[in-house]
Design a binder for this molecule. Sequence first.
Ligand code: GLU
Length: 472
Amino acid sequence: MVKKTDYSLFDDVCGFVDEAAEHLDLHPGLLDQIKECNSIYKFNFPLRNNDGSYEIFTGYRIQHSHHKLPVKGGIRFSEQVDEEEVKGLAALMTYKCALVNIPYGGAKGGIRLDPLKYDENQLERITRRYTAELIKKNFIGPAIDVPAPDYGTGAREMAWIVDTFEAFNPELINAKGCVTGKPLSQHGIDGRTEATGQGVFYGIREAVNVEEDMQALGLTKGLRGKKIIVQGLGNVGYYSAKYLSEAGARVIGVAEWNGGIWDETGINIEDLKSYQNENKSYKGYPHGKFIENSGEMLTYECDILIPAALENQITVENADQIKAKIIGEAANGPVTQEAEKILLEKGVVIIPDMYLNAGGVTVSYFEWLKNLSRVSFGKLEKRYDMEKYRKLLGTIENATGEEFTQEERDLLIKGASERDLVLSGLEETMVTAYHDMNNMRKEKKIQSLRTAGFILALKRIAISYLDLGIFP
Ligand code: GLU
């Protein structure tokens, strides 16, 4: 993967915002207020290692925008975590939530560490201590700031966070809503694990189903047969690749930091993932060709390139070599602002991160709502609906004198489960936001979907201030 130099994700995000602001008539003070991070918390804390030695970690929680509360965004465990990165990721969360109409301000947190270097016991102590530091400064809580998984963290870490928070807040009835992405046993929600990848799938499906846009790229409408390269087969990359292949697209390349696999006949994603889980590398995988320099794979021939790992992957260094016609930004910030200019000139369509990976925070929102109401979705109405549909089918059968088959009966009578409702809410959110963004692009006669997305997001954020009379 491309190493960081003097690159700043936060500057890039501000640059994108400035481009969008040119299409709006916002007070410059309001624009500055929107762009800046409202609260930055950086702290250091020690861990006693198993051999008795001590190590000091640097943690962050940055709240970009308080225009809506609570603020929301993941927690990242990675060696690349620093203030600029967390600021940029926090800012992206603000625009992402505004674009998909989820009522949160943006935030992000992280600890600078390589999680692979620590055992489970150490990671638990680090996560619990990090949470305690957030509690001390009031940087976490269901009404204040609600973290979630991000690169290097998952449901396990979220379980430690909620457990620590509850221990400090035993009287708080809404305490479970202090974090999302929790395991189901800890009041998580069915479908959160795969939500971001599922959202990437819906987003790309919508994009390739707009016939005139595909014609302009010289591509056919629909996912069937589309050749895809995915960078990163972590949670987001894996589920994106899985759902896209199931819908008929062909994943021909998967690039990981330690090598990639290339197979023009199509990669079996489940099989590759289980090989990766067992062997930690694709070396020796019996199907396809092992590519040592996986960075190069971003420039291979394909229809859709999906960077699903980290920011700063497509830069001025490699942008002019990209052959994909569509880039689906499943990761946050994978294409730099300068690289985007080169790609747009080449006619590449970039489906921006702030839209494409919004499935995670969307389902997080459903989880938070579930925690606040303390009831699973569908629990109250499922049986009632089934009974109602059963009676309706009976009435139709009596009126027509014909019987439904058992299969039809099962399908029509089935009441919605929590998972059904989560998927339907997610699909609705992703479909609506894509067309809002694409229509804005056409209305403003601009090429960049990202600029269109930022225009929509800025408008929605600005209204929160304007309606309070804070800026003219
Ligand atoms: N870390 C994810 C993101 O970047 C999810 C955030 C959340 O669910 O709050 O969007």
